[in-house]
Design a protein around this ligand. Structure first.
Ligand code: URA
Length: 242
């Protein structure tokens, strides 16, 4: 396997960053500095990056977790709150979450040990719709929907056009399906706040064509081959309709 791919797979850096580290002399194979990103790493080789031994490139693992509300999307939490790692503790490979969901948000979280894919998925150029079901207090008028569809200012950033539809109304709470392209911090909550709505519950139900389905909260499952493939090369969808 090419050296840059090996380093990226191990979750150390993106392939491009791995190229840089290699050219800067930060990478050793079997104790010798290698400056060629295309160097062919064999199974028995020991690779070091900046003095740290990189584990053998684990076989890539891709899972989806149905993250419950009330846990953080980090490996460790200073405040000792539950983390998503608590739900995947029996997975041997060193996986990590791709992007994040807020403490109070539940739903589909992809986790992997494939640093390269994780990097690609969180890059702004990687346009893939993320679908959420938001419970929003109040009534969501057609005018508010139109604003969300056009894109709203969430504090110095204007969101791309969203796909949005009201799918239910229970008393003073509207149930809204919203699909967004970016993954800015608290984006859905900020988008509704921008049109005068307050999100009281939020769940991610799909990433691209990968759907949470009936997976129970706190449980995970491996992604199928075709699900991984569609993350790598998502089908394009530019329509504004849900
Ligand atoms: N938007 C939010 O507001 N929160 C999330 O966790 C994800 C998207």
């Amino acid at each position: 396997m090419r050296l840059n791919k090996y380093i990226a797979r191990a979750g150390i850096a993106s392939r491009r960053k791995a190229d840089e580290l290699t050219k800067n002399g930060e990478v050793k194979v079997n104790g010798l500095t290698v400056r060629e990103p295309g160097y062919d790493v064999r199974d028995e080789d020991a690779v070091e990056v900046s003095g740290r031994l990189v584990g053998r490139a684990d076989k890539p693992v891709y899972i989806m977790l149905n993250k419950p509300a009330g846990c953080v999307t980090t490996a460790k939490d200073d405040r000792k709150r539950p983390t998503v790692m608590d739900f995947t503790a029996d997975i041997e490979e060193r996986i990590f979450p791709v992007g994040r969901l807020d403490y109070a948000t539940s739903g589909l979280l992809i986790m992997t040990n494939d640093g390269e894919l994780a990097h690609a998925l969180t890059h702004p150029k990687h346009e893939i719709y993320k679908t959420y079901i938001a419970k929003v207090s109040g009534v969501i008028s057609d005018e508010k929907l139109a604003k969300l569809r056009r894109g709203v200012d969430i504090g110095g950033f204007v969101t791309s056009p969203a796909k949005v539809a009201v799918i239910g109304q229970a008393g003073r709470v509207a149930e809204v399906e919203i699909q967004i392209l970016e993954g800015r911090n608290r984006q859905v909550r900020k988008m509704f706040a921008a049109v005068g709505g307050s999100v009281v519950g939020l769940k991610r139900v799909a990433v691209g064509d990968i759907r949470l389905g009936r997976l129970k909260e706190g449980q995970y499952r491996k992604l199928r081959r075709e699900e991984v493939d569609c993350l790598i090369a998502p089908p394009s969808n530019n329509s504004n309709e849900i």
